[in-house]
Design a protein around this ligand. Structure first.
Ligand code: C5P
Length: 230
């Protein structure tokens, strides 16, 4: 089986409080998504990288993506939710590549620009022979409080065996399409969640907190620092 990557980038990024969707916010002199594309496209182990845009995305056309030519396929088929964008992208990928049922798909967020080659390789190495697939993740570091509606602590959650899910998340093409198709209206915030809903148990591959998700404006400065000091 071959490895393919898919980046859903059809979100509006409303939590950043910005007009520009967050994948295009400037980070170390490039649109944020450039960094995720660079790491995935430069891996010789990955056959092709699909990026899923919102239909009619004009911002994409304002930038130069020629660094990735030959390796990148742009699919303008984003949906209303992340899961829908991934599913639409997977279906469209059939028409523009040789991707097959047993091939691996690495779904990665445009909002994780600091993925390192080492983590990417570790994911591929640890899961290449896996039955189910899995994801990069880190053990939870903070103490977790369960709060009630009036913001009073009900109790402290044990953080034993609790992990923060990252991306890439890696599953076989056919299984992932099947899992996402079954979701219906249920909202899942990651792809592993859809696989879990089938009763399967994705593998947690130990990652690094530097593979952070840019969600709020203050995350941008930290991401830039990490990119400049790999
Ligand atoms: O909003 P959030 O940070 O959860 O988005 C995660 C990723 O999913 C982003 O890369 C975003 O562009 C993508 N997304 C998408 N289609 C949507 C919503 C989000 O491709 N409808």
């Amino acid at each position: 089986p071959n490895f393919f990557a898919l980046i859903p980038a059809a979100g509006s990024g409303s939590r950043m409080g910005d007009e520009l969707p967050k994948q295009y916010l400037s980070l170390a002199g490039k649109p944020m998504i450039y960094h995720a594309l660079r790491i995935l496209c430069s891996s010789s182990r990955i056959t092709c990288v699909f990026v899923v845009l919102a239909p009619g995305d004009e911002e994409w056309l304002r930038h130069d993506w020629s660094d990735f030519s030959g390796k990148l396929e742009v699919l303008e088929c984003g949906g209303a939710t992340r899961a829908e964008s991934v599913l639409n992208g997977l279906k469209a990928a059939r028409g523009v590549s040789s991707i097959g049922d047993d091939d691996w798909v690495l779904v990665h967020d445009a909002a994780r620009p600091c993925l390192a080659e080492m983590q990417l390789d570790k994911l591929l190495d640890e899961l290449a022979d896996d039955e189910v697939g899995g994801l990069l993740a880190v053990p939870v570091a903070d103490t977790l409080k369960r709060g009630d509606a009036s913001r009073r602590v009900e109790y402290t959650e044990s953080r034993e065996n609790l992990w923060q899910a990252q991306t890439p998340q890696m599953f076989r093409y056919k299984l992932l399409v099947e899992a996402l198709s079954m979701m219906g209206g249920v909202t899942m915030t990651d792809d592993a969640g859809a696989i879990e809903a089938l009763g399967l148990h994705p593998k947690l591959v130990l990652s690094d907190a530097r593979n952070l998700k840019v969600t709020y404006p203050q995350d941008l400065a930290l991401a830039e620092l990490i990119l400049r000091n790999p």
